[in-house]
Design a binder for this molecule. Structure first.
Ligand code: FPP
Ligand code: MG
Length: 345
């Protein structure tokens, strides 16, 4: 007889296999090459009078090389690249740039959020300080641009515009803090700017590299939507308590997540309760748990799961003819994995 625990472990194994399959094109060799180039970029030395600056790269290495990142953006670049038959050499540089932009945004985000832990480890700002974290982020960002400077200039231009989108979205998020009356449309804008825009750039940069202007919109829009789905998944994991130690962090941190905004839209009573809680200086733990349970009772987990799967479907539709190319099929498998991993038990 198969026990529930065995069932769960089989499910986990099949998810893992799907992940492997979904990302097979970003073969181990490609990811290893990306890793080596990331290391090279972040190990650049400084000449004697600039030794003080070496701490900036040390902080970047702490986050980016030793932090166990999933390398989602490089993997996406690999898949988009396979869909267009792009050469691995140039693709690896785009993948590195994507990961460095992500790392820079996290070094800044931890300052904005006053975060103490990132990927389960102390943030750069808590090991060093805010100044180091901000300046390290600036340094990493410039390394990202340098990584792609020998390719078509539009790749860098779009990366610069991307940083503007990400900064705008980060500011919108600061303004949204503690406001359950924010619209879901505004949530969408933040998710697209914060996460979708970089996923979208990963696709766009590959199309620009290959000079396939007809593919730009397909790959960019697919990335944008996958980024939004990824952000929704994050919100749903918080609601379901995938990290039981920090369940309902969005309520605790006054973050109007997709789940909380949907609950507020569905139930005026919930919105009022959340407004009241967030208007107080201190949030008590039992109140947080009670609010979280109310969101669950409103059926928001299932609603978010459905919205996420819809977003993944739209991402696949955006790929157009590239969905049927080898890399396109891998992207579809990855999207499927993202949904499957969040299906209610
Ligand atoms: C982490 O996600 C943060 C981001 C995805 C982007 C943050 C963007 C900026 C700080 C703007 C500056 C951008 C650059 C490129 C320098 P999260 O905030 O949803 O998750 P977390 O804080 O809980 O990890
Ligand atoms: Mg944040």
């Amino acid at each position: 007889m198969i026990t529930e625990a065995q069932n769960k472990s089989t499910e986990a194994q099949s998810q893992e296999r799907l992940l492997q399959r979904g990302l097979s094109l970003s073969k181990e060799s490609f990811l290893a090459e990306v890793e080596a180039r990331l290391r090279k970029a972040l190990e650049g030395g400084f000449s004697a009078p600039m030794q003080e600056a070496s701490v900036l790269l040390e902080a970047a290495r702490h986050l980016c090389l030793e932090g166990g990142g999933k390398r989602v953006r490089p993997r996406l670049v690999g898949m988009f690249g396979e869909a267009l038959g792009a050469p691995e050499e140039a693709l690896a540089d785009i993948a590195v740039a994507g990961e460095l932009i992500h790392a820079a945004s996290l070094l800044h985000d931890d300052v904005v959020d006053e975060g103490t832990l990132r990927r389960g480890r102390p943030t750069a700002r808590s090991l060093w300080d805010n100044k180091v974290s901000v300046l390290s982020g600036d340094m990493v960002l410039s390394l990202a641009f340098l990584q792609v400077k020998r390719y078509p200039p539009m790749i860098t231009e779009r990366a610069v515009e991307l940083v503007a989108s990400m900064s705008r979205a980060a500011m919108m998020e600061i303004v949204a803090c503690g406001r359950p009356e924010m619209s879901i449309e505004a949530w969408w804008g933040i998710a697209m700017g914060k996460t979708g825009a970089l996923f979208g750039w990963c696709g766009e940069a590959v199309a620009l590299l290959m000079n396939q202007t007809d593919a730009i919109a397909n790959l960019r829009d697919c990335g944008l939507r996958l980024g939004v789905a990824f952000q929704m998944a994050d919100d749903l994991k918080d609601l379901r308590g995938d990290d039981p130690k920090d369940r309902f962090a969005d309520i605790r941190n006054r973050n109007p997540s997709f789940c909380l905004l949907t609950a507020s839209e569905r139930s005026p009573a919930f919105r009022q309760a959340l407004s009241l809680a967030w208007s107080k200086e201190r949030l008590e733990e039992p109140q947080i748990q009670q609010l979280g349970e109310s969101v669950l009772a409103l059926g928001i987990a299932e609603h978010t799961y459905q919205a996420l799967c819809r977003e993944v479907d739209l991402a696949m539709a955006a790929l157009g003819p590239y969905l049927y190319a080898p890399g396109g099929r891998d992207i579809a498998a990855w999207g499927e994995w993202l949904c499957k991993g969040l299906r209610q038990a």
